[in-house]
Design a protein around this ligand. Structure first.
Ligand code: UD1
Length: 417
């Protein structure tokens, strides 16, 4: 089991390049089965979850060629409809294969992705949407057996703008007969990226980034190249790294429009942020301001995937801050670890009340999930003394070369066995 050992108190200064978005590359890799041809996906991050998605594609008969940040998928010879259970267990978001495989094969078997570390994460909206398109889905002994000989376009009203459900329905609708309209669709930038990939292979998807998406079914699809958008959560995490160490960091390869909600909260916390469209400089304050409320919301609200990192910053704010987590239940597992480092935090249901302390102190802590783990790394960067973080495989799911990037910026961080 690898660990991070971090010696806190170093001011981060310098330039960092932001990698491609995990939450874009996963559904887009899943979508590469649809065309039954070749797809070249560029700007892919080197992550554990991306590795698992590649293994899934291999297991159903795709050929994969990976070189640096390029993944080439040839899905011509796809010949299996069962997604291996062990891989689905490893990565809950493998559920986006449902829509993609239904379009390609008219059939898919996948184990039911169980609960995970940040709450139950049901998939009822995915299944409801796919059934409305004409899929027959049976849930038996923890497996989903899905069949659909003829998917038919329809109007789907999502009860909640679920990112995964929107993606699954978009992919299932690509070759459905007629038009599909998804209302109350998720508006995340990753949905637009998926739309762009699908349209590059010849699909007709409109409205990505708004709450109404239309997919006109097509018969024929082609090969395509696609470049993944920058990861807005990785960018946000490095921004907090600069903020929490009173640093001065320049981020390259970002899409500023995607991180406006994060920039706004960091400015409230006292950071100075200068940017053009693809580069941003963030200068951290001597002491961060407390923030009255940070509430997580679907895009373009403040992302739940940045909640833990923001909390890390507010633990050393000059006053009391409140964070409300409205997207996921059970997404405060980092709180008890931050308390070990000297933070003063109380949780009441979906809210966390954070009373700023002068400084955190190094401790032995454990990453409980991906973003919570990132928040411990950030806290450790500002803490007095040494922090040891275990279970860092959670962090590796979402950050490409995290310790190398932080080291380049001047952090004292080591990965040890
Ligand atoms: C995606 C992101 C994840 C991010 C989340 C919210 C990927 C791979 N993951 O996850 O990093 O934190 O969006 O921005 O893109 N829900 C239901 N029924 C459903 C589906 C969802 O009740 O069928 C609920 C969930 O329990 C949760 C909320 O809707 O409370 C949001 O979930 P959703 O938008 O679906 O998130 P994911 O697609 O799982």
């Amino acid at each position: 089991m690898e660990k991070f050992i971090i010696e806190g108190g170093k001011r981060l200064v310098g330039e960092a390049l932001v990698s491609g978005a995990k939450n874009s590359v996963l559904p887009i890799l899943a979508a590469t089965v649809i065309n039954g041809k070749n797809s070249t996906i560029l700007n892919t991050p080197d992550l554990r979850d991306v590795g698992i998605m590649q293994q899934i594609l291999l297991s159903v008969g795709c050929k994969i060629n990976k070189m640096d940040n390029m993944i080439h998928v040839d899905s011509r010879n796809l010949n299996k409809v069962r997604i291996p259970e062990d891989l689905v267990r490893e990565m809950r978001s493998s559920i986006v294969l449902l829509g993609a495989m239904l379009t390609r094969c008219g059939e898919v078997e996948i184990s039911y992705p169980g609960g995970c570390e940040i709450g139950p994460r049901p998939i009822d909206l995915h299944l409801k949407g796919l059934r409305e398109l004409g899929a027959n889905i049976e849930e038996l002994h923890g497996f989903l057996y899905c069949k659909a000989e003829n998917l038919k376009g329809c109007e789907i009203q999502l009860d909640y703008p679920s990112v995964g459900a929107t993606e699954n329905i978009m992919m299932a609708a690509v070759k459905a007969k007629g038009s599909t309209v998804i209302r109350n669709a998720a508006r995340e930038p990753e949905i637009i990226d998926l739309q762009n990939y699908l349209n590059t292979i010849g699909a007709k998807v409109y409205g990505g980034g708004t709450s109404v998406i239309r997919v006109d079914g097509v018969d024929k699809l082609d090969s395509a190249d696609h470049t993944i958008i920058p990861d807005r959560i990785v960018a946000g995490t490095y921004m907090v790294a600069s903020a929490i160490t009173g640093g001065e960091v320049v981020l390259k390869n970002i899409e500023v429009e995607h991180i406006q909600s994060i920039i706004a909260k960091l400015r409230e916390a006292g950071c100075m942020v200068y940017n053009n469209c693809t580069t941003l400089k963030i200068i951290g304050p001597r002491t961060p301001n407390a923030i009255e409320t940070v509430q997580t919301l679907p895009y373009p609200g403040f992302p739940t995937d940045m909640q833990a990192q923001m909390m890390a910053l507010l633990t050393i704010g000059n006053g009391t801050s409140i964070i409300k987590e409205t997207i996921f239940e059970n997404r405060f597992k980092h709180v008890e670890e931050l308390i070990r480092m000297g933070a003063n935090i109380q949780t009441v249901g979906k809210a966390a009340v954070i009373k700023g302390v002068n400084n955190l102190t190094g401790a032995k802590v454990s990453a409980k999930d991906l973003r919570g783990g990132a928040s411990l790394v950030l806290s450790a960067l500002s803490a007095k003394g040494t922090t040891e973080i275990d279970n860092i495989y959670h962090i590796d799911r979402g950050y490409d070369s995290l310790e190398k990037v932080l080291e380049t910026l001047g952090a004292d961080i080591k990965r040890v066995l």
